[in-house]
Design a protein around this ligand. Structure first.
Ligand code: COI
Length: 355
């Protein structure tokens, strides 16, 4: 299906709300650009997508996604370069990951042309919403959910894929205090932890809220079997610098394969740092901290970008890390990554998709 000729009927072009946007004061996830892309799956095929004004969708109360959770999503970002051109960061990786989530949740794969060409057209139309402000971006939220009007438990036959966008600033405004979760579990082997499924986030809310009530911004998940090994944090993969080496848990069926995570690892290797993808036990972190070798800790994610961790709490111990300003590896990688995303540095890894 080629969408090159997709015309947007005049009634589908929204009166712009861009005047409501203060480019210098953008809060995450509260203001949405003018248009959205919508494609429906029926009769075993994706139908021609439409671009519509951003707005409510009308759903039956019996919509199966609401009851049984066939609902997945992605998060990606677009930036502006110095000429005002729009640069999308690694969109094909988001496309592939969405389809991995779809497979696990028994949903149909979206086609590359609907995803990529739809996205390109949406971004061209809403180009003014990509903030030129340093540290800001247009956050893009592709998602898919089951739309059968049926409450028997079975895979839906009908689905909706949609994409809306919103200009965003930093997800976390400060270095984080996080705590290692000793009781709750995010994901077990054989489960759906690697999928970007809505239910994974819903089930994490109560434990995260409990940690927030104890004064921590986020929790760190540990493995379901022993609570011994570090997995990921609420909205991010995790990385540590131990004795000069960048170390992160390997992706697995329980951990989301973060695209920022992968970018950081490739960049770190390219910059000559030692990188290890291996299990990291809680005991190892505590011992490294006591020996003065826990030098950096940070989360990686599309929304979070590189989010510095100030303190890790475990079992009565607050492990306070060195000041953020002095953290060589994460600061250097963060700067390099920002330069690539905004076209300031050469795209040596072929990550940038120019629109
Ligand atoms: C992202 O980083 O894009 C995510 O999907 C995390 C989110 C839940 C804000």
């Amino acid at each position: 299906m080629s969408l090159d000729m997709l015309t947007i009927p005049a009634q589908c072009v929204a009166e712009s709300r861009i005047a409501e946007l203060d480019y210098n004061n953008i809060e995450f996830g509260k203001i949405f650009a003018d248009h959205m892309l919508v494609a429906d799956y029926k009769d075993s095929a994706w139908q021609i997508p439409q671009i519509l004004p951003y707005g409510n969708m009308s759903l039956s109360p019996a919509t199966s996604a609401i009851h049984y959770g066939q609902s997945i999503f992605e998060g990606m970002k677009a930036y502006k370069d110095a000429n005002g051109d729009i640069l999308l960061f690694r969109p094909l990786d988001n496309f592939r990951r969405l389809n991995k989530s779809a497979e696990r949740m028994c949903m149909p794969a979206i086609t590359e042309d609907i995803f990529m060409q739809g996205l390109e057209q949406l971004l061209r139309l809403d180009a003014a919403w990509v903030p030129p402000t340093p540290g800001c971006a247009l956050y893009i939220r592709p998602f898919m959910f089951a739309t059968d009007e049926f409450i028997g438990v079975r895979p839906s036959s009908n689905y909706r894929f949609a994409v809306f966008t919103c200009p965003v600033g930093a997800y976390y405004g400060q270095a984080l205090k996080v705590a290692i979760e000793p009781h709750y579990v995010r994901s077990a082997e054989g489960g759906a932890g690697f999928a970007k499924a809505a239910g994974n986030y819903g089930a994490a809310l109560l434990p995260a809220k409990a940690m927030q009530e104890r004064g921590y911004h986020q929790l760190i998940w540990t493995d379901a079997r022993e609570h011994k090994y570090i997995e990921e944090s609420g909205t991010m993969n995790l990385m540590f610098v131990l004795d000069g080496k960048l170390i992160t848990p390997p992706v697995s069926t329980t951990i989301l394969a973060g695209i920022t995570r992968d970018s950081v690892l490739q960049l770190a290797q390219g910059l000559g740092y030692t990188v290890e993808e291996r299990k990291v036990s809680v005991d190892e972190l505590v011992e490294a901290y006591k020996a003065g070798m826990l030098q950096e800790a940070f989360g990686t994610g599309t929304a979070a970008t590189i989010a510095q961790i100030a303190t890790i709490h475990y079992d009565g111990l607050d492990m306070d890390l060195p000041a953020v300003e002095g953290r060589e590896i994460s600061n250097r990688i963060s700067t390099e990554l920002d330069k690539i995303k905004t076209g300031e540095a050469p795209d040596l890894y072929n990550w940038v998709h120019r629109i």
